[in-house]
Design a protein around this ligand. Structure first.
Ligand code: 5GP
Ligand code: ZN
Length: 115
């Protein structure tokens, strides 16, 4: 894990975060600047800079992250109403932290198309 990556630091519990779920492969924590009543980030403990860095060897991990998004939605009480999962990749998407993370957003109606 890179020493200077903030999400690696959160995964190692070297940086404070409001962690709501953790297992051997991932951590889920509240976004510092929430964009919805529920805004949780799900990250792999393994450092992958972005979605494009994942390869076939990471297939199980990616599937697990998706399942954890649903678990997070259940924990936050938004699974039944529905929620949005967002992954930003690269400059045009607005990605600002270069450690793969899945945004779980919910608790209000979501606009489409997204901004
Ligand atoms: P991105 O724009 O890369 O898809 O999303 C990065 C997200 O990480 C943003 O929603 C931002 O608010 C969140 N974030 C950035 N730094 C921290 C931090 O130190 N702690 C937490 N909990 N969230 C962070
Ligand atoms: Zn990292």
């Amino acid at each position: 894990m890179p020493t200077d990556c903030i999400f690696c630091k959160i995964a190692r519990r070297e940086l404070d975060a409001a962690v709501i779920y953790e297992d051997d492969q991932c951590v889920a924590f509240e976004d510092l600047n929430p964009q919805a009543p529920v805004h949780v980030l799900v990250i792999p403990k393994k450092h992958l800079a972005d979605f494009g860095e994942a390869d076939v060897a990471d297939a199980q991990l990616l599937g697990h992250l998706c399942q954890v998004c649903e678990k997070v939605a259940e924990l936050k009480g938004i699974a039944a109403d529905g929620y949005r999962v967002v992954v930003n990749k690269g400059a045009l998407s607005g990605q600002s932290v270069f450690h793969l993370h899945l945004h779980v957003l919910g608790g209000r109606p979501m606009d489409w198309p997204p901004g």
